[in-house]
Design a binder for this molecule. Structure first.
Ligand code: NAP
Length: 274
């Protein structure tokens, strides 16, 4: 099988091009008349989505599992969105030169077809961005508002009022949506009131917990690279207290990509309620 293809295993077995695999999910249709929230992770077989960064400190997505083929599908999910969720942690790491670029990918010629796809849908050139943060302890990089993108900041009642005012002067409205932390339900309602329907979490396990806890995550895209990493500490896809009730996300589709990482291979799983 050529490297441009993957094998879909479920619901029907068929050979499909990698490019277009997630555009074909037509997420905008799912969000036609109500908010639709989806998240994406790439993980090792032992569930590592982030491991310690020995060079720069902190945690980062494991370089032994991130790969260009998964990144392509990440972009196919992002390009469909009205709004992308990111975090204070991401902007701190971005400022420190430690974070993978999610802010300006639309300048990348590899994704020119996705830019054209978005224009063809009559959408703004790129999704808006929402930053969720309790501390508001992050600098706002110029790239954040690149291309006229709107940036929304959502925090909780622990945030410092002076910092809220400073950020409002710089990027616009800061919303408070929770006491100790931002709540998933109030967050999604707020975004819907602002006119956003299709909301993509490019954030990590705490945001995933926020969304799952309040039952507002509609779909999970999970790439499993066929590789075991070990590492302690590590992050998995969800970080937070035991959920009051387990969240069931039945399998919607599964594809096998044998070509990733020089033949290590990976599974592209999609789980959700509808
Ligand atoms: N492998 C993958 O696919 C993948 C995907 C995403 C992320 N990651 C990795 O996972 C790690 C964590 O990512 P992340 O920091 O973006 O995501 P996160 O763990 O979901 O969020 C962490 C930060 O977001 C803010 N936050 C989260 N939930 C909040 C809530 N309910 N209320 C208020 N603020 C909240 C806080 O910011 P403040 O500290 O500013 O208050 C917190 O420090 C990183 O190492 C990243 O590289 C891996």
């Amino acid at each position: 099988m050529s490297a441009s293809y993957v094998t879909q295993l479920f619901p029907a077995q068929e050979i499909r091009p990698l490019e277009g695999l997630y555009l074909a999910h037509e997420l905008r249709r799912a969000a036609a008349d109500q908010p639709f929230v989806y998240a994406n992770f790439v993980t090792s077989l032992d569930g590592r989505i982030a491991v310690p960064d020995p060079m720069k400190g902190g945690m980062k997505a494991p370089p032994n599992v991130t790969n260009a083929r998964d990144w392509r599908l990440f972009q196919e999910l992002a390009i469909q969105a009205d709004l992308i969720i990111t975090t204070g942690r991401y902007l701190r790491d971005y400022a420190a030169g430690k974070a993978q670029e999610i802010l300006r990918v639309y300048d990348d010629p590899r994704f020119a077809d996705l830019v054209a796809w978005r224009a063809g849908q009559g959408l703004s050139p790129q999704p808006d961005l929402v930053v969720v943060s309790s501390t508001l302890d992050f600098p706002v990089p110029d790239a954040l508002t690149h291309g006229g993108r709107h940036v929304i900041i959502v925090t909780d009642h622990r945030a410092d009022a002076a910092r809220i005012h400073a950020l409002e002067a710089q990027v616009g409205r800061v919303y408070v949506a929770g006491e100790e932390r931002v709540g998933g339900d109030v967050f999604v309602r707020l975004m819907a009131d602002l006119g956003y329907r299709l909301i993509y979490s490019a954030a990590g396990p705490k945001i995933a917990h926020m969304l799952l806890e309040d039952g507002v995550l509609d779909r999970l895209y999970l790439t499993q690279v066929c590789r075991v990493l070990g590492a302690t500490p590590f992050s998995s896809i969800v970080d937070g207290p035991l959920l009051d009730a387990p969240v069931d996300l039945p399998l919607l589709s599964l594809a096998y990509d044998p070509h990733a990482l020089d033949g290590v291979g990976q599974l592209f799983g999609c789980y959700g309620r509808r």
